[in-house]
Design a protein around this ligand. Structure first.
Ligand code: 3PY
Length: 253
């Protein structure tokens, strides 16, 4: 059985009080809902980590995540945050290679390999993001584009390490645009990603890896998307900033 995961990506939003309020509301709502076997992850900005961690004490199925980590282990890299620091603050998951990091901060497949390695070495679960821009989708080469991202960043990993990875497929044309991939488009890419993982690591490992969908996932489309056989949950942007919407997505399986 693959893990079902819903991870909220707050991006660069919310001041301290609003982050605390959102977290408390989510903790309380999730306590009241029956979420069975769903793992929930909150990925606030770095400055919120300690405060959110405190509020998550006692919420056994809600985990702390970060949105990024450095591709360097430590040292004179002003402004960077290392995977080891995140681990020491009780972080369990880290988003790596979100399209906004790739596009606005020049993160390459090679840099992401380093980030994934450091995350794993420090006991963090990488949520590795992949996805194609609109022009690639329109050209019809999206499958090759996405599988190449996986090959270049992940296929140096050992089988043991690969088993620890979570993948998030986020078509860039569906991020922050209000457009969502149809559930069939999501399933098609998730199946292609899983087949690509199987071609290198074998079916058993590929079948154990959770693949999340991201890109304008909302309460009104989550159930349809999550019903697809290769979709194991979601990486949620805007809707993770509203406690009711986020909780409704968590209960959409
Ligand atoms: C979105 O849904 O907008 C995201 O980018 C989630 O990471």
């Amino acid at each position: 059985m693959r893990k079902k995961i819903v991870a909220g990506n707050w991006k660069m939003n919310l001041n301290q009080a609003d982050g605390q309020k959102l977290t408390s509301e989510i903790v309380n709502m999730i306590k009241d809902e029956s979420i069975q076997d769903v793992t929930v992850v909150l990925n606030p900005p770095f400055v919120h980590l300690q405060g959110v961690k405190k509020l998550l004490e006692g919420a056994s199925n809600i985990f702390l995540g970060a949105q990024n980590c450095s591709d360097k282990a430590s040292g004179a890299y002003t402004g960077e945050i290392s995977a080891a620091m995140l681990a020491s603050f009780g972080v369990s998951y880290v988003i790596i290679g979100h399209s906004e990091r790739r596009e606005y901060f020049g993160e390459t497949n090679a840099m992401l390999t380093e980030k994934v390695k450091l995350a794993l070495e420090n006991g963090l679960v990488p949520i590795f993001c992949c996805g194609e821009p609109l022009e690639i989708r329109e050209e019809g080469t999206h499958e090759a584009y996405v599988t190449n991202q996986l090959t270049e960043s992940l296929f140096g990993l050992s089988e043991e390490d690969m088993k620890k990875i979570v993948i998030a497929y986020e078509p860039i044309w569906a991020i922050g645009t209000g457009k969502t991939a149809s559930s069939d488009q999501a399933q098609e890419m998730h199946a292609a990603i899983r087949a690509h993982l199987a071609s290198h690591y074998g079916a058993e490992i590929a079948n154990g890896i959770s693949i999340l969908y991201g890109g304008s996932c909302k309460p009104d489309n989550a159930q349809d998307i999550f019903s697809k056989p290769d979709v194991d949950g979601g990486l949620i942007g805007g809707a993770s900033l509203k406690s009711r919407d986020f909780t409704d997505i968590v209960t959409s399986f």
